[in-house]
Design a protein around this ligand. Structure first.
Ligand SMILES: [Zn+2]
Ligand SMILES: [Zn+2]
Length: 173
């Protein structure tokens, strides 16, 4: 979905964004292939030379648990506010960014703005670093790689206590 800059007015207009998440390359790279669809209405208006985009992103992603790698549904529900400033105003002095430090300010060039790309950026910002399938996920055995939520592997019983004991011996030599 591309916004045509010359058609944006100070009166808010609603733009509908509808895209399959697997069409978003950066999200797919970060979060793996997704099956859900992004479906949202964004309010777009002109304020001075800048374009204000506001809305809310609500979607469900599938992310791997950082401990056991099982896939976990993760709800994303985040407000979306972007101020798009013409790139010619980016003088490099930093004043503009500082005065609007609490807002998402980005620059645009030309007559078209890709709303899907903006939404992708917001989803990436909202992604949690630590996804766990459950609070007490036991993760994978560092030795044999078995999922310890599902089975005991016996490696812990064999080891001399410290999980990296063997590695420390290696480092000494
Ligand atoms: Zn897990
Ligand atoms: Zn094991």
């Amino acid at each position: 979905m591309k916004l045509q800059v010359s058609k944006i007015t100070p009166e808010p207009a609603v733009w509908h964004v509808h895209t399959r998440l697997d069409r978003l390359p950066r999200l797919t790279e970060t979060a793996g292939p997704q099956t859900a669809t992004l479906d949202t209405d964004l309010n777009v208006r002109l304020r001075g030379d800048s374009i204000v985009v506001q809305g809310r992103l609500t979607l469900t992603l599938t992310l791997p648990c950082t401990r056991c790698l099982d896939e976990v549904p993760v709800e994303v529900d985040t407000p979306f506010e972007d101020i798009l400033v013409p790139a010619r105003q980016n003088t490099g002095s930093g004043e503009l960014q500082l005065s609007q430090a609490d807002l998402n300010v980005s620059f645009f060039e030309g007559d078209f703005i890709d709303l899907t790309e903006l939404a992708e950026e917001q989803i990436l910002l909202a992604l949690e670093d630590q996804v766990h399938c459950r609070e007490d996920c036991r993760g994978l055995c560092p030795r044999c790689g078995k999922n310890l939520n599902r089975e005991e592997c016996g490696c812990a019983a064999e080891s001399s206590g410290h999980p990296f004991a063997g590695m420390q011996d290696l480092l000494k030599t």
